[in-house]
Design a protein around this ligand. Structure first.
Ligand SMILES: Cc1ncc(COP(=O)(O)O)c(C=O)c1O
Length: 361
């Protein structure tokens, strides 16, 4: 018997989520954001499955190359741009679109002799204060880029700090700055701003292109709205099985730190999954775990390779019974909230030792 931990990826659900996003987006086109190995789902399988996506977005050059290695030749946007001028020629030849957010990138590009024009987007800092040029500076950069024969400026992008909030005032003021730029120096270019949250919550932010990520994978970008409510389907199910079951006497203690004590005679199970697989170590006692389709509470501390669950309400549970940590029965958003984090971190944190298995529908 091999260790039973698996991340089962439902590619039909992925396609359903893209179709839903495209429907919400209307005339706006969508990049499929597939950075961090397709948010932990496997970038090759994700880009191959997303036939309907016109373009993809990743964080950096090597992630874009992984898309080419998967045999997919669509345009790929590098959201953090290039990290060294050595990447520029390959970016131009491979049809990678490069985000420019910093003066040193513009300087390197000005000195580059390229075999064909490189497509670039300019990142505008509209208030998040992470990456991008301030609007005044961006106007000059744009002028400079437009005079470079080795460069084709496609458009201007920004990123929202608070599009997932119930209060959209800050996102709206960021959008206003972007639209002012569109009416001025950016006239005639393409514009892109929306991540998943903005795509759903701020229709005016849809513009020419959107960049949804987390919703592709069936998670909600909002703390106040569930994925099911939006119509999304979970893509990853993290599964395992019971590898031990034992009866406890009142007063028996469980696991590292003796964190859980049986108040009465109890039954408990051990599941083969732990923080070295990507199950969050900070998941508190009471976090739901599905055993044989029934929700039971996590007890004790999450260890490297195992967790323990209370089976007192499941007298028939036995070694080998299937366990789902998240997926169809328990959403990754619910586990993330319990563990004080977000679905993004859980999905991208599933480690390499967990085999991925794919269902193509
Ligand atoms: C610049 C940029 N655009 C789009 C996205 C996708 O965001 P989300 O996964 O919330 O849709 C990200 C993700 O972090 C990002 O950094």
């Amino acid at each position: 018997m091999t260790r039973p931990v698996r991340a089962c990826i439902d590619l039909a659900a992925l396609r359903h989520n893209f179709a839903l996003l495209a429907d919400i987006a209307g005339n706006t086109q969508c990049y499929g954001v597939v950075k961090a190995d397709g948010y932990g789902h496997g970038i090759a399988q994700v880009v191959q499955a997303l036939e309907a996506a016109p373009k993809f977005a990743v964080a950096f050059f090597e992630e874009a190359l992984a898309i080419r290695e998967a045999g997919v030749d669509k345009p790929v946007l590098l959201l953090e741009g290039f990290f060294g001028s050595g990447e520029l020629e390959a970016c131009a030849l491979q049809g990678f679109e490069v985000m420019l957010h910093e003066t040193s990138q513009v300087e390197q590009l000005a000195r580059a002799a390229l075999p064909c024009p490189l497509t670039v987007w300019l990142k505008l800092n509209t208030g998040m204060n992470r990456l991008g040029f301030a609007p005044g500076e961006a106007a000059q950069v744009l002028e400079r880029l437009q005079a470079m024969p080795q460069v084709r400026v496609m458009g201007v992008m920004t990123h929202f700090a608070c599009a997932d909030s119930e209060n959209l005032a800050s996102a709206r003021s960021q959008l206003e700055r972007l639209l002012t730029f569109r009416e001025g120096p950016g006239a005639g270019l393409q514009f892109a701003a929306a991540n998943s949250a903005a795509l759903v919550a701020i229709p005016e932010a849809r513009l020419d292109w959107a960049r949804p990520g987390i919703m592709l994978y069936g998670c909600s970008p909002f703390p106040h709205r569930t994925a099911a409510d939006i119509g999304l389907k979970p893509v990853m199910a993290l599964k395992s099985a019971l590898i031990a079951v034992r009866d406890l006497k009142a007063g028996d203690l469980v696991g590292y730190g003796a964190l859980w004590e049986a108040k009465a005679d109890a039954r408990m199970g051990v599941v083969a999954v732990g923080y070295a697989d990507g199950y969050p170590r900070h998941a508190p006692q009471g976090t739901p775990v599905s055993v044989n389709g029934q929700r039971v509470p996590l007890i004790g501390r999450v260890s490297m390779d195992m967790i323990t669950v209370d089976l007192s309400e499941m007298p028939s549970a036995q070694v080998g019974d299937p366990v789902e940590l998240w997926g169809q029965e328990i959403s990754v958003d619910e586990v993330a909230t319990k563990a004080g984090t977000i679905s993004y971190e859980l999905l991208t944190g599933v480690t390499r030792r967990v085999p991925r298995c794919y269902d193509n529908g």
